[in-house]
Design a protein around this ligand. Structure first.
Ligand SMILES: [Zn+2]
Length: 379
């Protein structure tokens, strides 16, 4: 029994041994496999590392997974239209600018829609009315009418000057800051003229800036300040003044400012005479010929030099008569400006429009007095 027990035990031990041997073999074969895999991986890495040495065909970047394009929200969800108005239910993407672009072809006219809707912010599903015809182009209201002041500057100085025609850099900056802070809209002469021609009303609180003659400080002092506030001005030049010199503008200076979008150039005659005065013993014919020279030739020279035909003139010294208006019309000028203080309602004569001179003053109040943009009057 004892022998049988020992034999059985030995058999069990042998079986165990065989099992362990099999497990060991299996384990080592697995290890071998792992080694093979490691070697394979190292080989792959080395190949990749050498790829820079051996020129390879350029790999195309993997295609960007396509994200299904989200359609922008519908610009306008509902629209009702008549001959004079469009009524829309605003979508989230609508702004006064986007509606102005859509219905008028320009963002610059957004004030028309904004003012018509009481300047209320556009919110989704809000009803917005877009006028399709020029409404109230003359700016007439039951309590009064719009009037547009045109500021007239001449020269600018780095410091305070005794000359009343020279506004200091510091004061000009202060004046422009005042316009900005008090929401004045500096419009171009063309926009102003659309108003006095009864075509289109500009935004309320509109004002025009003009600079006369053609002095260098218009470029050196005024232009950077205008740019700083995003304003534009009209330069009325008398063409004989424009020449290479330290104190006057050159044609290149003017072109540079036009290209920067800070000015546009119009005529201020050729030699800056008082257009109403005849010379001693000057015949009527000779006087008219001289007027043609001042008005017609200055226009031609500006067109030749700048490529833009001026159609507005600032009378030298602000003086004018019937003869000068006649010549202006002959040369297709659209309007002309005096230096008579005050704003311009739409019904003023286009050949005797007001401009208010800005003199050298240390008081901002003197400047503010020139800024009346609405004339109260019960109509
Ligand atoms: Zn002048």
């Amino acid at each position: 029994m004892r022998d049988t027990g020992q034999r059985n035990r030995k058999t069990t031990l042998d079986a165990d041994k065989r099992r362990y041997t099999q497990i060991f073999k299996y384990f080592t074969s697995c290890l071998f496999c792992v080694h093979l895999w490691l070697i394979f991986i190292i080989f792959l890495s080395l190949s990749a590392g050498c790829a820079g040495v051996v020129p390879q065909p350029e790999k195309k970047p993997p295609p960007i997974p396509k994200v299904e394009e989200k359609k922008p929200p519908e610009e306008i969800s509902k629209e009702r239209k008549s001959e004079d108005y469009v009524v829309i239910i605003a979508s989230p993407s609508n702004t006064y600018e986007s509606l102005s672009e859509k219905y008028y072809g320009s963002k610059n006219l957004s004030y028309i829609i904004s003012e018509f809707n009481q300047n209320q912010p556009i919110t989704p599903n809000k009803e917005i009315i877009v006028p399709l015809k020029s409404l109230n182009p003359g700016g007439l209201y039951p309590e009064g009418y719009l009037t547009i002041p045109i500021l007239c500057y001449h020269q600018f100085g780095k410091s305070k000057s005794k000359d009343k025609m020279v506004v200091s850099e510091e004061m000009f900056d202060k004046q422009m800051a005042y316009l900005k802070e008090n929401n004045y809209n500096v419009i171009t002469l063309r926009e102003f003229f659309d108003f006095v021609s009864y075509k289109r009303r500009p935004p309320k609180n509109s004002i025009v800036i003009t600079i006369d003659d053609g002095w260098k400080n218009a470029k050196v002092i005024a232009a950077p300040i205008l740019k700083k506030y995003g304003f534009k001005a009209t330069l009325f030049i008398y063409t004989d003044l424009i020449k290479p010199s330290k104190i006057t503008l050159t044609w290149d200076d003017i072109k540079e400012m036009i290209n920067e979008g800070v000015i546009d150039a119009q005529s201020h005659s050729r030699t800056h005479p008082d257009l109403t005065k005849t010379k001693d013993n000057e015949s009527e014919t000779a006087y008219n010929q001289r007027l043609e020279k001042e008005i017609g030739e200055s226009q031609k020279i500006i067109e030749q030099r700048l490529g833009i035909k001026p159609t507005f003139l600032a009378y030298p010294f602000g003086t004018f008569n019937d003869a000068s208006i006649e010549i202006l019309k002959k040369y297709q000028y659209e309007g002309a400006f005096t230096v008579i203080k005050g704003g311009n309602p739409f019904f003023y004569n286009n050949f005797s429009l007001n401009r208010s001179m800005v003199f050298n003053s240390e008081k901002i109040e003197d400047f503010i007095k020139l800024l009346e943009t609405f004339k109260k009057e019960q109509l």
